[in-house]
Design a binder for this molecule. Structure first.
Ligand code: ZN
Length: 246
C-alpha cells in the first residue's frame, strides 16, 4: 500500500519498528524538511491516518479501532486499505482551497481538534478563561466557536449574500465538525463549491482571529464589522491571484 511514496523517499530511518516510530509521533522526526506540496499533502494524509492507529500490547503488533478484535490479520490489513482510500475528510481538497496557507492550516487544525481552545487548554492542565469570549455565555470549544456560538451564527447568517447557508451541527462532538464543514461547502467539483470552500475557510479563520483579538488584544468587532473584513480578505485574495480568470 503506497500511502506516502514521496515521504518514504525522505525518511531516513526506514527499518525502525512500528512501535518506536509511532510512540510520541517519533516517525515525524525521521523526516527531513518537507519542501514540495506533494510532500506536505502526503504528510497531512499520513498524519491523519496515524491518528486512527493504536498500538497493541505485543511488540510490533498493530491494532486499530476498525478491526473487531484489535489484532493484526491479513483481513484487517485488507480493510485498512479502504480506510486509506476513504479518509475521514477530504484533506487534499482542503489543502487546495483558494486561500492563504495560514487559513488552510487553520482549517486543518480545527477539523482535527488541534486548536488551542479553552476546553483543550484546561484539559491539558493549562490556564484559560473557560467561557467563550465571543458570546460570553457558553464554555469555549472548537465546535461551539464555529457552529454553536450566537456571535458566530450572526456572522454566518450575515454571509448568506456570499452564498453560504448555515448548516445545523449534527452533534456537538468535534468529529461532527468535519461533516458540518463538508455540508457547508455542498456539492464538490464545481467553481461554485470552490468559491464556497474559500468563503467558509475565510469566515472560520476570521471568527478565530476575532476570538484571539478579544483574548490577547482586548479589542472587539461586532459581527457586521467582521463580515466586512472577511469580504475584504476574500477580495484581496482574488485580486492577488486572479482566481476567476484561471
Ligand atoms: Zn460563544
Amino acid at each position: 500500500m503506497q500511502i506516502a511514496p514521496a515521504l518514504h523517499k525522505l525518511a531516513w530511518r526506514k527499518n525502525e519498528s512500528v512501535a518506536t516510530a509511532l510512540t510520541n509521533g517519533q516517525w515525524k522526526r525521521g523526516l527531513r524538511l518537507l519542501s514540495t506540496t506533494e510532500e506536505v499533502n502526503q504528510y497531512i494524509e499520513l498524519w491523519s491516518l496515524l491518528q486512527e492507529v493504536q498500538l497493541g500490547e505485543q511488540p510490533d503488533d498493530i491494532s486499530w479501532r476498525f478491526s473487531a478484535n484489535g489484532t493484526y490479520s491479513s483481513s484487517s490489513a485488507y480493510r485498512i486499505q479502504f480506510v486509506a482510500a476513504f479518509p475521514d475528510h477530504d484533506w487534499q481538497r482542503l489543502w487546495k482551497t483558494k486561500a492563504e496557507n495560514k487559513c488552510k492550516f487553520f482549517g486543518w487544525l480545527i477539523l482535527q481538534n488541534k486548536l488551542w481552545t479553552a476546553d483543550r487548554i484546561l484539559k491539558n492542565g493549562g490556564q484559560a478563561n473557560a467561557i467563550c469570549t465571543l458570546c460570553r455565555s457558553t464554555p469555549e470549544s472548537a465546535v461551539h466557536m464555529m457552529a454553536g456560538c450566537s456571535y458566530s451564527i450572526q456572522v454566518w447568517t450575515s454571509s448568506a449574500s456570499m452564498g453560504i447557508i448555515l448548516q445545523q451541527l449534527p452533534q456537538t462532538s468535534y468529529r461532527s465538525l468535519k461533516r458540518w464543514w463538508t455540508a457547508m461547502i455542498g456539492d464538490t467539483g464545481t467553481q461554485a463549491s470552490q468559491q464556497r470552500e474559500q468563503i467558509v475557510t475565510y469566515i472560520a479563520w476570521n471568527i478565530w482571529k476575532e476570538r484571539c483579538r478579544r483574548v490577547f488584544d482586548n479589542k472587539t468587532m461586532n459581527p457586521s464589522q467582521l463580515v466586512l473584513l472577511i469580504k475584504q480578505d476574500i477580495q484581496n485574495w482574488r485580486t492577488a491571484n486572479d482566481f476567476w480568470e484561471e
